[in-house]
Design a protein around this ligand. Structure first.
Ligand code: FES
Ligand SMILES: [Fe+2]
Length: 385
């Protein structure tokens, strides 16, 4: 006899999986460390459902074009930089950073229509960014990438940088992290003690204080007993987050600026990049400071691996079922939608100021009970088990 009366009941919450968006976010996307691209060679970047080439012209500026040559489809990323342009490997047509064909070495004239897609390219904070707008409008000044005063100052290190191709996942999963308070305890193994979000215009912030979990033994930064973490993380646009972090433990404190950024490759994959610079503490050698930046970046990398493991096995949910302690997932997604519509179609709900602080009283007391129980159980377990 069938006993599962609920199987077809209306009371069962159904997941609305939705579908991945067919367009890519409008905004600045970081491609990585600028110095990578200043090596005199063209670089292929697979992004926004196509292939691009990034190259440095003779004056030292970085340029981005569609990789496929408008002549007969040669791949410019396999070509050679010649003066101000990039030469296609197929028939040597030369393309300038503005997308115009500069010269066809074997022809009398360049056809009037010889123009390819140029992508606005920006170098800032030692990083390179390109602007995506499906309508091909230039970036408005109001969405500029802020200058980081710390970068390039003698008190801070250079970037420690990493990247990873995440497949089978739309980048919205990464954005959800901004509001997902509870996963920090269960996935990243820290206990949030304060959690607040603020969204306004193209900017979304997460302010979090957290402590390490003494019931978890980890060899990452965040697992230290007595660790206090202050984090202030802000997305500027859809894909570039700056995260100021202070970690204090046993009387010592370290301060880092971390970047979490990505660019979509297809609607179902993206390149995740992260990096850190660290503030040199007094008496610290440059090597020690660099090691600290690496440690910040590695800790963030470890956290991303924890997220990636979840993403690999989860499904897309357009109608998440939330409890009171969850952060403002729907409001965040509303904010994120502004990047998937034309600028003219942005509505006030996407960009109006919104603030929300999660009430952590219940969560904290329940987590304290859970951690105490975990530690008692660990003590009773025979050694080596
Ligand atoms: S395909 Fe590029 S020059 Fe012919
Ligand atoms: Fe996460």
């Amino acid at each position: 006899m069938v006993t599962d009366a609920n199987a077809f009941s209306d009371d069962v919450r159904q997941i609305d999986g939705g579908t991945n968006p067919t367009r890519f976010a409008r905004g600045w996307h970081c491609l990585g460390l600028a110095k990578t691209f200043h090596d005199g060679r063209p670089h292929q970047i697979d992004a926004f459902g196509t292939s691009l080439v990034v190259f440095e012209s003779a004056d030292g500026t970085l340029n981005t074009l569609d990789a496929y040559c408008r002549h007969m489809g040669g791949n410019l990323a396999q070509g050679t930089i010649k003066g101000d342009g990039i030469a296609c490997p197929f028939h040597d047509w030369r393309w300038g950073g503005d997308g115009k064909c500069l010269n066809i070495p074997y022809s009398r004239r360049v056809p009037r229509t010889a123009r390819t897609q140029a992508w606005p390219t920006l170098e800032r904070n030692g990083l390179v960014f390109i602007w995506n707008d499906p309508r091909r409008r230039p970036p408005p000044e109001s969405v500029d990438i802020p200058v980081l005063d710390a970068y390039g100052s003698s008190e801070w290190t250079d970037w420690s940088w990493n990247s990873l191709l995440v497949e089978g996942t739309n980048c919205r999963e990464l954005i959800d992290n901004v509001v997902d308070m509870a996963h920090f305890f269960y996935v990243h193994l820290v206990k949030p003690t304060f959690f607040k979000n603020v969204f306004e215009k193209h900017v979304a912030s997460q302010f979090m204080s957290a402590t390490g979990r003494p019931d978890i033994e980890l060899d990452s930064n965040y697992g230290q007993e007595g660790l206090l973490m202050e984090s202030s993380a802000t997305y500027y646009g859809p894909a570039y987050m700056v995260n100021g972090q202070t970690l204090a433990s046993g009387g010592a404190a370290s301060e880092g600026l971390l970047i979490n950024c990505h660019y979509p490759v297809t609607p179902n994959s993206f390149v995740l990049q992260w990096g850190a610079i660290a503030k040199k503490n007094e008496g610290m050698s440059d090597d020690e400071a660099s090691a600290m930046a690496t440690q910040f970046a590695d800790s963030l990398g470890d956290a991303f691996m924890q997220d990636v493991e979840i993403w690999r096995n989860k499904t897309r949910v357009d109608n998440p079922l939330l409890c009171e302690e969850d952060g403002p997932v729907y409001q965040l997604r509303r904010w994120y939608e502004q990047f998937y519509v034309d600028e003219d179609d942005i509505v006030p709900e996407m960009v109006n100021r919104f603030e929300f602080e999660v009430d952590l009283h219940t969560a904290q007391s329940k987590w304290d009970v859970e951690m105490t129980a975990n530690m008692a159980a660990a003590k009773q377990a025979p050694a080596g088990v």
